[in-house]
Ligand binder design. Structure first.
Ligand code: ADP
Ligand code: ASP
Ligand code: MG
Length: 413
């Protein structure tokens, strides 16, 4: 029998009525002839609440216990979904990550999936089970401890199951009816895309569009899993619904720019006057990596009299740890700088489009718009299919809207 993976995010399982609604969609696919693996998130708000409890209990918490706590929201919804399916006559049972077992690295809080053996679920499908409901976001490390895959990680669980079980498709049910040219909560005339390439979606996700966890798109691209995003609140679940993330060859016309993404809470840190010598970048970014800082953009100024400024960006909640790491490296004599300036009020805005590969002038157009709007650009980075800028946080939404207008994304398809 063909297999299908259906993932329901937090708002889609927020209460018993919503779980019922989701279960009916699952039943429809069973009636369509599929064996279904359902991946569920925790009810909306529950993971945040538990993260808060952990932080309040122990600010410098043991990540293994963090995972023990925050993974539990998915256990509740998995059991409730299996019960709801049974109530409407669908043979179903629930599985926690460790029961599958979904094996991961031991990087607690951000574990990576290593293996999903299929035997246990296969045996149950062979016995007539129609739906396996699996708790998303969680797995088990070699040492037997429970792990989680990072916030939004149920998307990644879903794609990994689709790859492991050779599913025809992975459907991600959420609170929007597809992938838009930008977050529709910020830009009301954002338009829904019919299709988007893996490459573009990967950039959008990693640049802040949290509709899919970045890692889930990476896996879908690597294992060629057709990935669809659609609303759990709409009745239509036929292939007309939602947005398909697929190979770029399947898309006839590519817009030059297909989306605008943003990250609100960034920080810009500058090391003033460091010695410009071979090895200086390694000496600075080594201790930052050891401290687990997610350094993003990096700019080194021109050198004058053997000294230079080094600027980088990172998430704003990592500034304290970054300062500590850099001051530590200074104290131990690994690096030497005259000042450390942290600007905690910046945001990153990016435009993404595969068409940029063959189309020049997008950067100029982007900078012109921002200048016209009076938005100062603090740092710029580019890749083949994206341009990102760091701007003052208070101008972030203005910049997103202006860029969305400039590239006529309200007409994108
Ligand atoms: P779930 O709980 O189902 O996993 P998320 O909140 O993680 O849902 O993701 C869905 C949200 O992603 C939407 O409500 C929307 O605000 C946001 N979002 C950000 N960028 C985009 C985009 N380009 N297209 C659609 N939604 C987006
Ligand atoms: N419940 C987890 C979170 O809120 C995982 C997920 O929903 O994807 O991050
Ligand atoms: Mg999500």
């Amino acid at each position: 029998m063909p297999r299908l993976v259906m993932k329901f995010g937090g708002t889609s399982v927020a209460d018993l009525d919503r779980i019922k609604n989701a279960a009916h969609k699952v039943k429809q696919e069973v009636d369509n002839g599929f064996e279904v693996i359902v991946i569920v998130s925790a009810m909306s708000g529950k993971t945040n609440e538990m993260v808060g409890w952990v932080q309040e209990t122990a600010p410098l918490y043991d990540a293994r216990e963090y995972d023990a706590v925050v993974s539990s929201g998915e256990n509740v919804t998995a059991g409730l979904m299996a019960l709801t399916l049974q109530q409407i006559g669908v043979p179903a049972r629930s599985w926690q990550g460790w029961q599958v077992p979904l094996k991961t690295t031991s990087a607690h809080g951000a574990a990576r999936i290593e293996e999903i053996p299929t035997e246990n679920l296969d045996a149950k499908f062979a016995e007539g089970m129609k739906v396996a409901v699996v708790a998303g976001f969680q797995g088990i490390a070699d040492d037997g401890r429970i792990t989680t895959l990072g916030r939004g990680g149920s998307d990644t669980t879903a794609v990994a199951f689709a790859a492991a079980f050779d599913a025809v498709r992975c459907d991600i049910y959420t609170d929007v009816d597809g992938i838009y040219t930008t977050d529709p909560r910020i830009v009301s005339n954002a338009s829904k895309l019919k299709k988007i390439s893996y490459e573009e979606m990967l950039e959008l996700a990693s640049l802040g569009a949290k509709v899919l966890q970045t890692r889930s798109v990476e896996l879908a691209m690597r294992f060629k899993v057709p990935l669809r995003v659609l609303s759990s609140f709409d009745d239509d679940i036929s292939m007309n619904a939602g947005t398909l993330v697929c190979d770029e060859e399947e898309i006839m016309e590519n817009n030059v720019v297909n989306g605008v993404a943003f990250v609100r809470d960034e920080a810009k840190m500058t090391l003033v006057s460091v010695a410009d010598r071979p090895g200086i970048a390694a000496a600075i970014f080594g201790p930052l990596a050891d401290a687990g800082i997610n350094v993003d953009m990096i700019v080194q100024n021109i050198s004058e009299e053997g000294r230079t400024d080094m600027t980088f960006s990172c998430p704003v909640d990592q500034v304290l740890r970054a300062e500590k790491a850099l001051n530590g490296a200074k104290d131990s004599g690994e690096i030497n700088y005259h000042g450390l300036v942290s600007d905690k009020d910046v945001a990153k805005v990016s435009v993404v489009g595969i068409g940029m590969r063959s189309h020049v002038g997008v950067a100029k157009q982007m900078f012109d718009v921002l200048s016209r709007e009076g938005v100062n650009i603090k740092v710029i980075t580019t890749s083949e299919i994206k341009i990102s800028v760091l701007v003052d946080r208070k101008y972030m939404e203005l910049a997103v809207r202006a860029l969305h207008d400039e590239f006529e994304l309200e007409h994108a398809t």
